[in-house]
Write a protein that binds this ligand. Structure first.
Ligand code: 7TS
Length: 404
């Protein structure tokens, strides 16, 4: 484990003379040396554009870019690489579905089912379609244990005119991992198209899109120890083939004439312009890292989750917003502190080298439903340690005392 942590150079730095305690992994995870090297190597040795430059550099860049696509396909067990579209991240992936698939397939009165635990990026694109097209949005609520209310979800899916279930695989606030399979099965039986927001899930669970049977799945490279600015939209080929091209420009076309154009084959039809080639290469290296170390990552996260829950429950001035079970949970913990605003706590702890996020974490509807304005969030990764958790709770207790 120490060996793995040492592969993340940023983690050994100090902030204001204090060792960095990075507890903001749900916002973005840190990058191992292998990812930094892959990006550096690409720009140092192979930088060239892809799918257009028929020279040794261009061919090498194209090969590396397409190998990264193959790695993603293998990682999530897609049937074929053309089902993988590179985007700038989860947000762009979901917007692509809303605009290319939604604009064509949804009409006034059609229903989209989402959950209250969605990040804004799986809320707003549907609210935009509500404004533009007149779709209806149904929101699956939480039950008392902070899990999605499956009974209510079933009832919502059984209504007429439900065309899409768009749901998170793991809440970035509650840390709850959604029991996706029954929901996806129910949707499929009813001919409802499904989209999984795997932005958080991807770093914590093995995903098999064929087993899940989802139609779309979105994630970002940067939460999976890869670079920012690169993400993925997985889409079943049958759906992609029926979708109109989204953004227009170079690379997405086969031919362009003064008054017409024809579109390129999959997946290039959905990748207009020069893509984030170095980002894709870096994501490929991140996937190699995760595949090699998945068992250790999973085991460490489980241990840290149990330890964190045990510690947080010993402090009666903190209220955890999320379930107490350590199973089916990512090490993402949001909470409130009696008498202390989350932003004040995050500021003070940040000065001491402990990096957290405070606010609504781009999940304002969830906070509103729980009558909360803001929470403080500690989101851990496998490279964090129990010593860091101890230090965090010690410092947090000092902050609490200061405000009493
Ligand atoms: N969906 C979920 C569940 C997320 O947690 C995030 C980002 C997104 C979508 C959007 O991902 P992006 O890479 O396109 O921005 N979540 C967070 C967070 O919790 N703190 O900062 C970003």
């Amino acid at each position: 484990m120490n060996n793995l942590r040492q592969q993340f150079p940023i983690l050994s730095q100090k902030i204001n003379g204090q060792p960095l305690v990075y507890f903001d992994n749900a916002a973005t995870a840190q990058k191992p040396q292998a990812v930094l090297d892959a990006i550096n190597d690409f720009y140092t040795k192979y930088n060239s554009n892809v799918h257009r430059s028929f020279n040794p550099l261009g061919e090498k860049a194209t090969q590396l870019y397409e190998e990264a696509r193959q790695k993603v396909a293998q990682f999530i067990n897609a049937k074929s690489a053309p089902e993988i579209i590179f985007t700038s991240g989860t947000t762009e992936s979901i917007n692509l579905v809303a605009q290319a698939w939604g604009q064509r397939n949804l009409k006034k009165g059609d229903r989209v089912v989402i959950s209250i635990a969605e990040h804004h990026s799986n809320f707003v694109p549907w609210l935009q379609l509500k404004e533009e097209v007149g779709i209806e949005i149904d929101v699956i609520p939480l039950s008392n244990d902070y899990k999605l209310d499956i009974k209510k979800a079933r009832t919502l899916l059984q209504q007429n005119n439900v065309k899409l279930l768009a749901i998170t695989g793991c809440s970035n606030v509650l840390g709850e991992i959604t029991n996706l399979q029954p929901l996806l099965d129910e949707a499929r039986e009813r001919g409802i198209v499904t989209l999984v927001d795997a932005a958080q899930l991807i770093a914590h669970e093995k995903i098999d899109v064929q087993k899940l049977g989802c139609d779309f799945l979105a994630f970002s490279g940067h939460k999976l120890f890869g670079p920012t600015g690169i993400g993925v939209l997985y889409a079943r080929k049958e759906l992609l083939e029926q979708m109109p091209a989204w953004q227009g420009g170079g690379e997405m076309i086969q031919e362009v004439h003064q008054d017409s154009f024809t579109v390129n084959e999959l997946p290039h039809r959905f990748e207009a312009g020069t893509p984030n080639i170095a980002g894709a290469v870096g994501l490929g290296a991140a996937i190699d890292f995760v595949m090699e170390n998945f068992d250790i990552i999973k085991k460490r996260e489980q241990e840290l989750t149990e330890y964190f829950l045990e510690k947080i429950n010993q402090l009666d001035f903190i209220k955890l917003v999320g379930g107490q079970e350590s199973k089916n949970r990512a090490p993402v913990f949001s909470f409130t502190i009696d008498g202390v605003h989350p932003h004040d706590a995050a500021d003070i702890l940040g000065e001491r080298g402990i990096i957290l996020r405070a606010g609504h974490h781009c999940a304002q509807p969830l906070h509103e439903s729980l009558s909360l304005e803001a929470t403080l969030r500690a989101s851990l990764s496998f490279y964090n340690t129990t010593e860091e958790i101890d230090k965090f709770f010690k410092e947090l207790t000092l902050v609490y005392k200061k405000f009493q």
